[in-house]
Design a protein around this ligand. Structure first.
Ligand SMILES: Cc1cc2nc3c(=O)[nH]c(=O)nc-3n(C[C@H](O)[C@H](O)[C@H](O)COP(=O)(O)O)c2cc1C
Length: 198
């Protein structure tokens, strides 16, 4: 092949490659189509996160099923230092405290409530107990996920079932999230498995 034609040929192959790459990226980023279970339903994802892992999972849940996204925050933030947060969390659990929360939207108009939190001492942070005790989620579909450093769900799923007996609690997802989430795609697999996306 003469040099000029060869250069043109290589350039067009390069452009084609770039085009394919960008359309593959667009496809991968497209949110899954909503199915009948979520069509027309009002959805909210609420999460508590200290170091960001549960926040990442919550964002992925919301990206895939749509609806609103709200962060649950305590009025007094937890310290930045890990040991200090562990100490405060342990003291709150020992004293059976409910650390006051910043206001969140009225949940009465939502049909599907997704709730996520990290595992602290094998369970939900005490702030989550305060959240569930202050809400009546009867009749709603409750979608539970958590991040953890090895404890899986701990007793959190059982506790939510106990605290919200009149909600329809779907099978939960526990994502390993010590210093970052490695398996974010597990969120999509799980949402498909529980029938919230197709
Ligand atoms: C106060 C505290 C207690 C924790 N206790 C546990 C535990 O009992 N079991 C566990 O697997 N991970 C535990 N972890 C680790 C977190 O659950 C894990 O890193 C989680 O993914 C953090 O989520 P986040 O980044 O959204 O805060 C604890 C972390 C903190 C800060």
């Amino acid at each position: 092949m003469p040099n000029d034609s060869r250069r043109m040929f290589l350039m067009s192959i390069g452009c084609l490659g770039a085009l394919c790459a960008s359309s593959a990226q667009t496809l991968a980023q497209a949110p899954s189509v909503r199915n009948l279970k979520t069509e027309g339903k009002r959805i909210i994802t609420i999460y508590f996160s200290w170091a960001g892992s549960c926040r990442d999972v919550a964002h992925e849940v919301q990206r895939l099923i749509g609806g609103d996204l709200v962060e649950l925050k305590t009025q007094v933030p937890y310290p930045a230092k890990y040991e200090d947060t562990v100490n405060r969390a342990k003291a709150e659990r020992k004293a059976n405290l409910r650390p006051p929360l910043q206001p969140i939207p009225d949940l009465s108009g939502y049909d599907i409530v997704c709730i996520g939190h990290p595992i602290w001492s094998g369970s939900m942070p005490m702030a989550l107990y305060g959240f569930f005790e202050s809400q009546d989620l009867s009749g709603k579909t409750l979608v539970h996920f958590n991040t953890h450093g090895g404890s899986g769900q701990g007793d959190s799923h059982r506790e939510i079932a106990r605290l919200e007996p009149k909600a329809q609690l779907l099978e939960g997802l526990a994502v390993y999230g010590w210093r970052g989430v490695r398996d974010l795609p597990s969120v999509e697999r799980w949402l498909k498995h529980i029938g919230l996306i197709s």
